[in-house]
Design a protein around this ligand. Structure first.
Ligand code: ADP
Length: 514
């Protein structure tokens, strides 16, 4: 359970901070008191014991309070749901610092159960309300978060007041109608809500999932609001409401992130000219004095070249992400020899890999058709994947790039490393903007934009990108490209390529999928 893990992590962090604070405080007390009572050991030990006892008690109290708060809120929720008909204010799960997502999802389950009992009263004749009204209880209206309930056919069975305000609808206009018509969702990962729900319906009795950076769009596809979405699925729920959804609005925060990208892109744009000049001089330097340098100086020169290349790749990534965000990254797919592109890319990357003590092996099948590719963008995809293979391959020194014609007739390329690998729990999130696994955040520098960009570029090529990995054993990032023959008909007469736009969003509903 994703947010169960988050809860444990946050709680452990809070406990660790309190423990460290109490240890530091007692040490500080000892130092301070030793200066004060240097001559009187008994007074020193006694005053230190009393004051450190007080500090430790305070920290223990804070630890207990912190870990108890979510439990307390949950207990209040259960009590509130039981007595909701008598009014009162719903406990505010939104204000929790630790375990917010988990307690909110549990609270939703509680409200769901409460609504079932309301409904069973309805069925036994104590109320004339329809089942729809029964699962739209006033308890939901008292929750400040937008909440939706949907039945097995994805029709809306419940929508609270906050949700109506959030998506600007009246409940009577949308209740009983298809959820996907009422709320247009776009996701950054392939596992959209619709796909996840289909999988749950086919394979599970219940499940909970959190998506970050989801957005609703208007008819033109412009983002209106951005939020995190939690879905809680429970099969054969007698209330008729199979799935509950809660929205945590993050519009302002994510808008700020997007603006930051635009600002960084603006600043980074200015780096391009000096970088190009620097690279030019490094090349001249290598040509003129390279052959006469001793091995140590040659090593320095290679490091300089590799750093300039890395900086160029970084600048390219930021600029392209900003373009993807604004739907301005336009690719021109042309007929290309894939083997030539790969060899050129690997030649460029060999130096960077060598500086880090890695070697790239390239294996190319000899039956490859020519592919439809935008040379510059697809070069950046290879760059990012190999860069990651270098960064995350730990002590292993081998990176293998292999390419074949797969059984679907697509040209499939894999970049394999034998490094730290990726925990299966984080794999669905890797291709999201800014996503960095907890481990790599601590150990390796990066922006969390490389794979997001790779996905947008490969998607615009009509291909797919995915990963297979095992922790401690390494990863294979693979992507496919279309043979040019398959798309040649899209090329307009007189044009020398097929224009495609790269975007980072996947619409939820298959009928709308871009
Ligand atoms: P960055 O590398 O700048 O963090 P990316 O978008 O390229 O951003 O990668 C996102 C995350 O995916 C990384 O932070 C890392 O956790 C994980 N990752 C990517 N490639 C690999 C790999 N080859 N081995 C292990 N983890 C990887």
């Amino acid at each position: 359970m994703q947010y169960g893990k988050k809860y444990t992590q946050k709680l452990s962090l809070a406990v660790a901070i309190h423990l460290v604070t109490s240890v530091l405080a007692t040490l500080g007390l000892w130092l301070g008191l030793s200066t004060l009572f240097a001559n009187d050991t008994v007074l020193l030990v006694a005053s230190w014991a009393i004051s450190s006892g007080a500090v430790i008690s305070l920290c223990t109290y804070l630890i207990v309070k912190t870990s108890y708060k979510p439990l307390h809120t949950l207990a209040d929720t259960i009590i509130y749901a039981g007595h909701s008909s008598r009014g009162g204010v719903a406990p505010e799960t939104e204000k929790l610092k630790i375990g917010k997502e988990m307690i909110t999802a549990l609270a939703m389950q509680v409200y769901d159960l409460a609504s079932m009992s309301t409904q069973s009263q309805t069925i036994t004749g104590t109320s004339a309300a329809s089942p729809m009204q029964a699962v739209t209880p006033n308890v939901l209206d008292r929750v400040g978060l937008p909440i939706f309930g949907i039945d097995p056919d994805q029709n809306l069975t419940a929508i609270n007041r906050a949700a109506c305000e959030y998506i600007c609808v009246k409940s009577e206009d949308v209740l009983g109608k298809p959820f996907y018509d009422a709320v247009k969702l776009s996701f950054q990962s392939e596992e959209t809500f619709e796909i996840w729900l289909k999988d749950r319906q086919a394979n599970a009795l219940n499940g909970v999932r959190l998506w970050e950076r989801v957005r609703t769009t208007d008819a033109e596809g412009n983002a209106i609001k951005q939020f995190d979405l939690v879905a809680s699925f429970s099969k054969e729920n007698q209330s008729g409401t199979e799935t509950m959804l809660a929205i945590y609005d993050r519009t302002e925060q994510y808008k700020r992130d997007d603006q930051e990208i635009s600002f960084v892109a603006l600043a980074v744009h200015e780096l391009r000219t000096p970088l190009t000049i620097m690279k030019g001089y490094i090349e001249v330097f290598e040509d003129e004095v390279g052959p006469s340098l001793n091995p140590e100086l040659t090593g320095f020169m290679h490091k300089m070249q590799a750093s300039a290349q890395q900086l160029t790749a970084f600048v390219g990534n930021i600029l392209n992400v900003a373009r993807v965000e604004e739907n301005q990254l336009v690719l021109k797919l042309q007929e290309n020899n894939w083997s030539d592109i790969l060899k050129t890319a690997v030649d460029d990357l060999a130096l960077r890999a060598g500086v880090h003590g890695k070697q790239i092996e390239l294996s190319i099948a000899d039956n490859l058709p020519s592919v439809a590719a935008d040379r510059i963008s697809i070069h950046e995809v290879i760059n990012n994947l190999v860069d990651n293979a270098i960064k995350y391959s730990g002590d292993s020194d081998k990176i293998i790039i292999s390419t074949t014609l797969n059984s679907d007739g697509m040209v499939e390329t894999g970049v394999r490393d034998f490094g730290i690998g990726i925990p299966s729990a984080v794999m669905p999130d890797l291709f999201q903007k800014f996503y960095r696994s907890h481990k790599s955040r601590v150990q390796v520098g990066g922006t969390g934009l490389g794979l997001y960009l790779c996905k947008a570029v490969v998607g615009a090529h009509g291909g797919n990108i995915w990963v297979r990995s095992k922790e401690g054993e390494g990863s294979i990032f693979s992507f496919t490209l279309q043979p040019f023959d398959k798309v040649a008909h899209e090329q307009a007469a007189g044009e020398d390529g097929i224009m495609r736009g790269a975007h980072g969003w996947i619409k939820n509903h298959s009928l709308n999928r871009q």
